[in-house]
Write a protein that binds this ligand. Sequence first.
Ligand SMILES: C[S@@+](CC[C@H](N)C(=O)[O-])C[C@H]1O[C@@H](n2cnc3c(N)ncnc32)[C@H](O)[C@@H]1O
Length: 380
Amino acid sequence: MNNLRLLAISTFGLESVVKREIQALGFEITRVSNGKVEFDAALEELPKANLWLRSADRVLLKMGEFQAFTFEELFERTKTIAWEDWITKDGKFTVTGKSVKSTLGSVRACQSIVKKAVVERLKEKYKTDWFEETGPEFTIQVSMLNDIALLTIDTSGSGLNRRGYRKHAGQAALKETMAAALVQLSFWDKDRLLLDPLCGSGTILIEAALLARNIAPGLNRGFAAEKWPILGEKTWQKARTEAKQAICSEPVLEIFGYDIDPDMIQHCQSNAKTAGVGKDIVFQQKDIKDLWIDRQYGILISNLPYGIKLGDFRELNEIYLSIHKTFKKKKGWSLYILTADKKFPDYFKRAHPDRVRKLYNGSIEVNYYQYYGERPPVNR
Ligand SMILES: C[S@@+](CC[C@H](N)C(=O)[O-])C[C@H]1O[C@@H](n2cnc3c(N)ncnc32)[C@H](O)[C@@H]1O
């Protein structure tokens, strides 16, 4: 049990970013599939995975995976798993579920069978018929896919996007995990200028600054597994201390965020301060129509308004034209635009994007249009 098989869950399309993050943390990847990256870790490394993963939605502990065509098979195989290794006698546990392309299509029935099997197992192991369920929480998930049951326990608790810094978010705010991925999918690094001219609550820029300063994104929040006795407070404390020591105070960053809405600028400043990067980003109220750039090289990453409401088209087109006008002669700028508007490349009057990546912002299908500029000379 000292060696764990963990699953980092991600938004579809971000698996390659999550994979890179996991490898950079020194873990060994064992499998990558849609929205899931599996990797091995030692028990005491569980805090590190939760504290440091930037683009994953949560970290699950893999308890078992097997074929199940009948409820009996599901029950019997679930009962063979050593749940008592994790779930304490006073543990409070719930079972969530999902089922895709499987004979066992009733999610509620799968959940109830798994719950029964786990209770049976714990009754035998703890030699009791009654569980108080007053202790730490364990969320089991049964996930059926093509008749394969995957059983996990969630180690993260609330989603890893909840870093704790975003007290104020705009209506169309990006998830922090997605923002971190957009930055990592770009050519930006801490030595280059970064701009988001429609920055909303500042998520993309704050995530970039966290990355540049090597601040663990989960440093200021708690995790479900933190309450589990198996790891103990000291292991978590050690991981947090190491994360604090790893913070880099040196980089002088050039990160700029603008938004037309003055309230959003105030929110950005307060969010960035809470995240510990208040001094690293310059926020300013500005209409994109007034954007003027005098720098030859830079990176723009922005999540545009999508114009889902009818009648927004003119406003959107003006935004596209303003970006085009500002950057058409700036060969040293790389532009990264996230939008659900599939007509964007037609109206944004620039050559074809160098790369388009299909992603999901919540349930909305979006595209990440990437236009590569010239790289700056080495000794700029
Ligand atoms: C999709 S939101 C950006 C959300 C942001 N990525 C976040 O995570 O909070 C788009 C932003 O564009 C801003 N905006 C709309 N029109 C603008 C304009 N003409 N100039 C500058 N900002 C504008 C809106 O106020 C809004 O905050």
